[in-house]
Design a protein around this ligand. Structure first.
Ligand code: B12
Length: 216
């Protein structure tokens, strides 16, 4: 029987070798062996994406490889959807989180994972998509979302998380919502600097902090 570590390693290798079919097989194996899908995503697929990112930075692989790796990861995560719902105790929070990747930024994998984990935790999640105009977040705030969450994967787009804070204030809705920021370049110091209410490093922390700030 495969162990969790072996499975995670296989997941990492599937992403690093841009292999959709292998990623799907690993995800199916995870379900069959009743292993933890969250660990497979975090320590398997995501570890693979990070390794691919490092190779991209060094210039040993190119953009089409990164696209192929992210496709493999998405294919695996898709299979894990139902298993994820079973693995986490579902709560009946009906609070709404509107989440999207900020304007100018099309990186969606991390945002999708955070959205999935929040949904599983019982939040009503409005996925605004990627390359989301600031006005759409403001609209979601006006329409009653309790938490406005933005993802930014580039130093050039994370500055728009600051613009989002400003535009929520200008629209007179900043005090009605909590804001949450995340994505690889974001940090707690960044959140403090721009006045965001929550920074979370990953999806698990995002769930804990969203519940905590809404006293759930
Ligand atoms: C995959 C990838 C892509 C894919 C994206 C596919 C997709 N559908 O998302 C593609 C190939 C399309 C792509 C394109 C580009 N990319 Co790119 N990409 C990456 C890569 C390798 C991995 C990102 C990823 O998915 N990681 C896996 C996920 C699971 O991790 P994550 O996103 O960090 O998410 C976790 C946490 O950050 C957090 N989180 C994420 N979002 C949120 C939101 C909230 C609210 C919270 C609380 C938490 C949270 O939780 C997640 C789960 O734990 C990174 C390198 C890296 N190591 O980050 C570069 C990287 C982000 N890309 C980069 C660049 C430059 C680009 C391009 C401009 C390349 C180009 N020359 O065209 C374009 C961008 C186009 C655009 N306008 O956006 C740079 C950014 C550099 C910078 N300035 O900061 C990086 C860092 C690579 C590099 N070192 O050069 N990219």
């Amino acid at each position: 029987m495969v162990t969790q570590n072996e499975l995670n390693q296989k997941g990492k290798e599937a992403v690093m070798s841009f292999d959709d079919e292998a990623a799907i097989e690993v995800a199916e194996e995870c379900i069959k062996a009743d292993l933890d899908p969250v660990l497979l995503i975090q320590d398997g697929f995501t570890a693979g994406m990070n390794a691919v990112g490092e190779q991209f930075e060094k210039g040993t692989i190119f953009l089409p490889h990164v696209i192929a790796a992210s496709d493999a990861m998405s294919a695996g995560v898709k299979i894990l959807g139902p298993a994820l719902e079973k693995s986490t105790s579902k709560q009946d929070a009906k609070e709404t989180v509107a989440i999207g990747t900020i304007e100018g930024d099309i990186h969606s994998i991390g945002k999708d994972i955070v959205a999935t984990m929040l949904k599983i935790a019982g939040f009503n999640v409005i996925d605004l998509g990627r390359d989301v105009p600031i006005a759409n977040y403001v609209e979601a705030a006006k329409n009653g979302a309790q938490i406005i969450a933005s993802s930014a994967l580039m130093t050039t787009t994370m500055v728009l998380q600051m613009k989002l804070e400003e535009q929520l204030k200008e629209a007179g809705v900043r005090n009605k919502v909590k804001t949450m920021v995340g994505g690889a370049p974001a940090t707690q110091a960044w959140a403090d600097k721009i006045g965001a209410d929550i920074y979370a490093e990953d999806s698990a922390e995002a769930v804990v902090k969203c519940k905590s700030i809404l006293n759930l």
